[in-house]
Design a protein around this ligand. Structure first.
Ligand SMILES: Cc1cc2nc3c(=O)[nH]c(=O)nc-3n(C[C@H](O)[C@H](O)[C@H](O)COP(=O)(O)OP(=O)(O)OC[C@H]3O[C@@H](n4cnc5c(N)ncnc54)[C@H](O)[C@@H]3O)c2cc1C
Length: 391
């Protein structure tokens, strides 16, 4: 069968693009390498309890995502997160962020805020100037590392924390019943979309005015292709059909995060209820807790470890120490690996070069390496790519 659009990648970028394409009446097929759709939206479900191994929070500033949720009937089902805090965790133990800030240094720097520009500055240059170098090294830097699951110092400052209008009738931060996977499952089940999990695309070729898409199970033909996969993998697939795009994409690095989720009986955990912990000088960037949505007798925690820092047994030992329990008490353990782009200063220029190469092209590119790494940035990029191609 011939398709109007073949999408490679079944994370939120690919699935939101698929939703938009089907709405426009395009015959759409989506290929996902893993047996599970969703990519970094990755909920582990176990005996009625769920835990996020990847993304964990949605916000009422996520306008594109809320638009998709309206369309598939999820907006009325959102679950407000309990207002718990993220705290710092270091070798000295747990502390609030406020307790670790150096206020004299903060006051010497923060007055400059109106003079500081984010564009063309790294996170360390911008936030370091805003809060002072020691506050950056000891508090703000680790917090940013935790947000983007990688060392943040060289990340472009203007990609972090962009202000967007909020939809006031929706809670400021929320989750979905059954976790994030509820969103990707619902999008994938939309009538008209052919989603093919467990089918990694291994090669692309030009075919007439369109493209041939090849997997181990067969080959497909489509007028347009969309790549919604990490930039390095997109570069490899495009090398024969769009060498210029492939070359530009090869400049964007990726960073891996190794996640360990543990589910424990509440009575066996000593850590007080928290939204999560920011690791300072630790083998993990962050620990994200399920305490924001209480789960009866169970509590759940996902530790996002630096890649290659520890083996499995050592990760379990770290998790047990932080939670104040023994790993023999863990009722369930789950593992996941995800990649995130390592964007760098000057990214806006690289993005401009990519968009120039994509103008009037039957190739669409989407993902978390354009406007930011958030779920919203992925979905809004997908809609922008679709509108540009459609017009
Ligand atoms: C631990 C973690 C926590 C996060 N927390 C939040 C949060 O709370 N809120 C928020 O807004 N954002 C969060 N993010 C960021 C956000 O979740 C991601 O940036 C976003 O989900 C990425 O979506 P994507 O579709 O671009 O890529 P991915 O989710 O990586 O999906 C790409 C998909 O492409 C598939 N693929 C790759 N190669 C091929 C191929 N050859 N053929 C077919 N398929 C292929 C992969 O298997 C994958 O499923 C978090 C990210 C991580 C890792």
């Amino acid at each position: 069968m011939e398709y109007d659009l073949a999408i490679i990648g079944g994370g939120i970028a690919g699935l939101s693009l698929a939703h938009g394409a089907v709405q426009r009446g395009w015959r759409t097929v989506l290929f996902e390498a893993e047996p599970r759709l969703g990519g970094a939206l990755h909920t582990c479900r176990q005996e009625g309890f769920w835990l996020e191994l990847g993304a964990h929070t949605l916000f009422n500033s996520y306008g594109t995502i809320l638009g998709l949720m309206d369309a598939v009937g999820l907006t009325g089902k959102v679950v407000r997160r309990r207002p718990l805090a993220f705290r710092l965790w270091s070798d000295e133990g747990e502390a609030s962020i406020a307790a670790r800030l150096r206020y004299p240094e903060l006051l010497r720097h923060v007055w400059r805020a109106p003079l500081l520009r984010r564009a063309d500055h790294s996170a360390m240059e911008y936030f370091g100037a805003l809060v002072g170098p020691r506050n950056f090294a000891e508090v703000v830097g680790p917090a940013l590392d935790a947000v983007i699951c990688q060392p943040a110092r060289d990340f472009p400052a203007d990609v972090l924390f962009q202000r967007k209008p909020r939809r006031k009738r929706v809670p400021r931060s929320f989750v979905l019943p059954g976790g994030m996977t509820t969103l990707t499952e619902t999008l994938a089940a939309a009538p008209g979309l052919e989603a093919l999990p467990g089918q990694p695309v291994t090669r692309l070729a030009c075919s007439g005015s369109g493209f041939g898409v090849f997997t181990a199970q067969g080959d497909w033909r489509a007028d347009r292709i969309a790549l919604a996969i990490p930039p390095q993998q997109a570069a490899a697939l495009l090398v024969d059909v769009r060498p210029g795009l492939s070359e530009q994409l090869s400049h964007i690095g990726v960073s891996r995060v190794e996640s360990l989720g543990v589910v424990v009986r509440a009575r066996d955990v000593h850590l007080r209820p928290v939204a999560g912990l920011i690791g300072r000088g630790q083998p993990f960037y962050s620990m994200v807790s399920r305490d924001v949505v209480p789960g009866g007798e169970w509590r759940g925690f996902t530790f996002h470890f630096r890649p290659g820092a520890l083996g499995h047994e050592d990760k379990l030992a770290v998790a047990a120490r932080v939670l104040g329990t023994s790993s023999t008490r863990f009722g369930h353990v789950a593992l996941a690996g995800h990649v995130l782009p390592t964007l760098r200063k000057g990214h806006a220029r690289l993005r401009g070069r990519l968009d120039a190469l994509l103008a009037r092209s039957p190739v669409l590119l989407t993902g978390n390496y354009f406007d930011g790494v958030s779920i919203e940035a992925c979905a809004s990029r997908s809609m922008a790519a679709l509108y540009r191609n459609h017009d």
